[in-house]
Design a protein around this ligand. Structure first.
Ligand code: BTN
Length: 266
């Protein structure tokens, strides 16, 4: 495991050891940055690392979500990006639309186990919820065939300084469990779960439709999906094996591959 010399924070030895056990080859640890995904994309423009590269920031000041969304976070959040080579994991571009749900499923599986035992939910295409409140989000970007899997998770925070729209809709592990958790151990566990998920996507060994169905926050709800200037309205009937959202609209069954979801008066 290589600790990136451009790191400006010092990781504890046990974190380096946990990360190398779960397959991380290079680690960049930053005290503060705008967005770990932006750092990843900028670094990829001049570096071509082999193996899995993890970038962690203790504080992220300009976190990005899908589209024009911002990701608000504070000290105590987990904000990181995992860089993986699509060719190394045998992930052709045709499989990339599945990754967001697959990573979400990997995160849910960790937080459904001991010691968390949370009732996890997924909101297509990239949000992780618990008890109807947003716990985390996933932003997957790429530079050529290097995938950047950005994960934001609310861990040891209470949203006292958060904007109202965030505070009303979000939760954290601290709020759900009533106690602070070891962010480093959680980071290693989540990273391991995501790294293990990638070959399952490559070999079609994960049934995304089935794994998403029990956790689907949108199931049987009426939703509007906005795609640029157009929109589709329908009742969510599930998520397909390829990660598409299945809607029953007035025109019949529609498969939606991307867009922004609004729950419409359920
Ligand atoms: C969303 O809610 O639309 C996705 C949010 C993803 C946030 C994470 S935090 C780490 C990584 N860096 C970013 O700028 N965004 C992702």
């Amino acid at each position: 495991m290589i600790l990136d010399p451009q790191s400006d924070a010092i990781p504890p030895e046990f974190l380096l050891s946990l990360l190398s056990q779960v397959g991380v080859g290079a680690f960049t640890y930053l005290r503060e940055t705008g967005s770990t995904n932006s750092v990843a994309l900028a670094r990829l423009a001049d570096d071509a690392p082999t193996g899995v590269w993890l970038i962690l920031a203790d504080r992220q000041s300009a976190g990005r979500g899908r589209g024009d969304n911002r990701w608000w976070s504070e000290v105590g959040s987990l904000t990181c990006s995992l860089i993986v080579d699509a060719d190394q994991f045998q992930l052709p571009q045709s499989l990339w639309p599945r990754l967001s749900m697959a990573v979400g499923i990997a995160i849910c599986k960790v937080l459904e186990r001991d010691p968390w035992r949370l009732a996890m939910q997924l909101k297509w295409p990239n949000d992780v919820y618990v008890e109807g409140k947003k716990l985390g989000g996933i932003l997957i970007e790429h530079l050529e065939k290097k995938l950047v899997i950005g994960i934001g998770l609310n861990v040891n925070q209470r949203f006292e300084g958060a904007p109202r729209n965030v505070a009303e809709r979000a939760t954290s592990l601290l709020i759900e469990k009533g106690q602070a958790c070891d962010r480093y151990a959680l980071l290693a566990e989540l990273t391991g779960a995501v790294v293990e998920m990638l070959p399952l996507v490559a070999c079609n060994d994960i049934d995304i439709a089935d794994e998403a169905s029990d956790r689907n926050l949108l199931l049987w709800k009426r939703v509007t999906i906005r795609q640029g200037t157009s929109s589709v309205v329908g009742v969510c009937e599930g998520v397909d094996t390829d990660g598409a959202l299945l809607l029953r609209s007035e025109a019949g069954r529609v498969r939606v591959l991307s867009g922004t979801v609004e729950l419409s008066g359920n």
